[in-house]
Design a protein around this ligand. Sequence first.
Ligand SMILES: [Zn+2]
Length: 372
Amino acid sequence: MKAIAVIPKKQNSVHLVEMEKPKLDEIKDGRGVLVEVLRVGACGTDREINNGEYGVAPEGFDFLVLGHENFGRVVEGGENVKELQKGDFVVATVRRPRGSSIYDKIGEQDFTTDDKYYERGISRIHGYMAEFYVESADFLIKIPPAIAEIAVLLEPLSIIEKGLKQAGDIQERLKIWHPKTAAVLGTGNVGLLTVMALRLRGYEVHGFGKQARQGYLNAELCEAIGATYDSTDDLSIADSTKNYGEYDLIFEATGYSPIIFDAMQSLNENGILILASVTGGKRTTDGVPSDVINQKFVLGNRAMVGTVNANREHFEMGVKDLALCEAMYAGWLARMLTHKVEGLENYAQVFEILNNAGEYKAIKAYFEVNKI
Ligand SMILES: [Zn+2]
């Protein structure tokens, strides 16, 4: 079968490989499921791995098959797979509990304290940019046929679901918390999915991006589900509170770390700031008003939390939100799927779009490996 791989840490090494089709018995206890890949999303993580910034090959291989944002169809299952049938649509989770930390041992590997990650398509396990994969049914999420067209968005959405779940759990410290307004910083595909998830929860949502509003599809999508959009070139987050009030919840997804200090000053009393950007650089920030920020956090009982990866429960929450979004804002999610590339052999096209997302006005580029 065909697959798309990189040589980890080698710049621009993306290439097509020919591999053996995986077999059910690679998974023990009769829990294996063979899945035909239908769609695979591509994102900044794939771009950064192909740039040689990170990524680790599985043991015994000098290459890593890419792909973590997946959607497929069950071909067959082992004798102990009762929950899935041939023909079912599925999305697989990404991180596996193979580390030594207590969190891995109790199946909460998204909270692992290990430095080594086991993530399909990213670190130490081959990914989903292939014609088939085999996985334990424990890591497969069943997808209702009605959301098949947009289910490739589930993996990125799962990250947001985890962040919002974390925020909700933390805010139980308050015996009563009825959040009303939220700011979402960054309106790429993660930001847009966050705007959507918060609108479904009834928040008044304000989206912020770098681009000017005019002719920016992402801004249109914010407004199409009742959120506002502002460019931070025209209106800083801190200044926006004069128009919108302080925010009960802020979700940061820009990848630009200095903005978090602005966000910390824009949070309402008892509010919570969720940080979800991975910023691998060495940027430092001068002129941070640390006394003001500290005072606000202490006197206003404000909270801030970082969040990464997602577990099975967050994917399951995401399935419900995708279905609810289709019910409330039919067709909105499909507008995020801006660039379809047919066939794994056309990988160069996907990376061309990823490397020049601004020019292509791309929100989500994805492979159609097989027809739904
Ligand atoms: Zn991704």
